[in-house]
Design a protein around this ligand. Structure first.
Ligand code: SF4
Length: 132
């Protein structure tokens, strides 16, 4: 097994602005029963744990339409899971997000005011993405 490299500074900077991470921050404690509502419940689990050389497109596409994407990604980041697809992210993407999660989120640096700002940013990102 090869060891994953550490995320580079530009990857961490991009992760900090990633709308999926912002959604995970804002939905972290939203739904403790998120797992039962995940769309992946009705799909072969192998789809979400492809071999390193296999594509993740099918799993990511399903996650994009899943109502609990934010809670799911928050869980994966809380436990530091870097295998498979969770919350619409690949293990490589999550390794960069984990740096932000541990330094900013788990340390409690995100107060309610900052969370409100993030929610506004996330909505703006979603509106921007929808109009492209
Ligand atoms: S976001 Fe993806 S991995 Fe998470 S519960 Fe939904 S479908 Fe499953």
């Amino acid at each position: 097994m090869t060891r994953a490299r550490s995320p580079r500074p530009h990857e961490v900077a991009a992760a900090r602005r990633d709308p999926r991470l912002l959604r995970a921050i804002s939905e972290r404690d939203l739904d403790p029963a998120w797992r039962a509502r995940g769309l992946c419940q009705s799909v072969d689990p192998e789809t979400f744990f492809p071999a390193p050389s296999e594509p993740t497109d099918t799993a990511i596409a399903l996650c994009r339409t899943c109502d609990v994407q934010g809670s799911c990604l928050a869980w994966a980041l809380d436990v530091g899971d870097c295998h498979g697809v969770w919350g619409g992210t690949t293990p490589r993407e999550r390794r960069a997000m984990l740096v932000v999660w541990r330094s900013d989120v788990q340390s409690g640096s995100y107060d309610s005011e900052r969370l409100s700002e993030l929610n506004v940013l996330r909505v703006l990102e979603e509106v921007g993405a929808a109009s492209r």
